[in-house]
Design a protein around this ligand. Structure first.
Ligand code: PXG
Length: 284
C-alpha cells in the first residue's frame, strides 16, 4: 500500500496532489532522496537525510522541518503504511509561486514523502548481469550544478537512459566531459581487477551514492584493496568484474559494455561476495 505525506498531512495515492504552480514542477526547482526499507526499518536513513539537507542547502532551499522531525515522520509513515520491504521518496521543492523563475514568489517550500515500493530489474539480471552501452549524453558539468546535489533535474540521466532503451540495453554508462567514467543513469560503478576494486572519486562529478560509500566499507571488510581513482571505458572492458550500486539497484553485476563481454560475463566471485555482505547488512 502506498502512503503520501505532504507538509504534515497524510494522503493515499489518488488524493496526494501538489499545485501546478509548484516550482518543483515548473522549473525542477527542488531536491529529493530515494531510501529503502528492509525489515520495517528505513536503511541508512541518517546518511540519506544528511544528503537531502546538504542538497537543499546547496541550492539555497530551507527544508520546512528539521532533520530529526523528518526522521520521525519517516519512521511513523513506514509503520502507518505497514511497509516491511519498501522504497521511500523524499522530495523538497521551492513550493508554490507565480510563473517566472524568481524563487521569491514561493513563500513556503513543499515537503513530500512517498512510502511505496520499487523494482527496476528482474531477479535473473542479478545472476546474468546487465548489458550496457556508453551514452552520448555526458554528465552535467560540475560548474553548472554539482552532480553531488540530488536535484529534480534528471533530464541528462533520462536522455542517457532513453539511448540505452533505444539500443535495447539494460543500462547506460555516462562519461564526464573529459571522457572519464562517471556513473550509470542512477547508479555508481565499480570495477574489479586482480583483487583491486576501483570506483571514480566523488570529486570528479558524480552523485556520491550512499550505497557506494557502504560498498567501499564492505570491500575493506572483505580484505580487498579499494581505490577511488578516475577510470576509463578501457578499464571496464578489461576488468575481471564490474558492478553497479544504488539504493534501487542494490548491487548489480555488469555482463557487457559496448558489445565487449566484461570478465566472464555473469556475476563474478567478488561481486557475489559483496552482494552477500550487503544482503546480510539489510537483514540485521
Ligand atoms: N547516481 C545517481 C545519479 C543517482 O540518482 C545513485 C547514483 C546511487 O545513489 P544511492 O545513494 O542510492 O546509492 C543515484 C540514486 C531509479 C532511481 O529509478 C535511482 C536513483 C534515484 C532515483 C531513481 O533507478 N538513484
Amino acid at each position: 500500500m502506498s502512503l503520501i505525506w505532504i507538509n504534515g498531512q497524510w494522503y493515499d495515492r489518488d488524493s496526494a496532489k501538489i499545485s501546478v504552480y509548484d516550482h518543483g514542477l515548473l522549473y525542477g526547482d527542488g531536491v529529493f532522496e530515494g531510501m529503502r526499507v528492509y525489515g520495517g526499518r528505513p536503511f541508512r536513513m541518517a546518511e540519506h537525510l544528511d544528503r537531502l539537507y546538504d542538497s537543499a542547502k546547496a541550492i539555497w532551499l530551507t527544508v520546512p522541518i528539521g532533520q530529526e522531525e523528518m526522521g520521525r515522520v519517516t519512521v511513523e509513515g513506514v509503520a502507518k503504511a505497514g511497509i516491511t520491504e519498501g522504497y521511500l521518496r523524499h522530495i523538497v521543492t521551492r513550493g508554490m509561486g507565480d510563473l517566472g523563475l524568481d524563487p521569491r514568489s514561493c513563500p513556503s517550500p513543499t515537503a513530500i514523502i512517498i512510502f511505496d515500493t520499487i523494482r527496476i530489474w528482474p531477479a535473473e539480471r542479478y545472476e546474468k548481469g546487465l548489458s550496457m552501452i556508453g551514452a552520448a549524453t555526458p554528465m552535467p558539468s560540475r560548474e553548472t550544478l554539482s552532480p553531488r546535489v540530488k536535484s529534480l533535474n534528471y533530464l541528462p540521466h533520462i536522455m542517457a537512459k532513453l539511448e540505452g532503451i533505444q539500443a535495447q540495453m539494460d543500462e547506460v554508462l555516462m562519461l564526464d566531459r573529459s571522457g572519464y567514467v562517471a556513473e550509470a543513469s542512477g547508479m555508481n560503478i565499480f570495477i574489479v581487477r586482480r583483487g583491486v576494486v576501483t570506483t571514480p572519486p566523488a570529486w570528479t562529478g558524480i552523485l556520491r551514492g550512499v550505497t557506494r560509500d557502504l560498498v567501499i566499507d564492505l570491500v575493506a571488510e572483505a580484505g580487498l584493496t579499494m581505490r577511488e581513482e578516475p577510470i576509463n571505458r578501457y578499464d571496464i572492458y578489461t576488468a575481471d568484474e564490474a558492478f553497479l550500486t544504488g539504493t534501487a539497484a542494490e548491487i548489480a553485476p555488469i555482463r557487457s559494455l559496448d558489445g565487449r563481454q566484461v570478465g566472464a560475463g555473469p556475476v563474478g566471485p567478488v561481486t557475489r561476495d559483496l552482494m552477500n555482505r550487503f544482503k546480510a547488512l539489510t537483514r540485521q
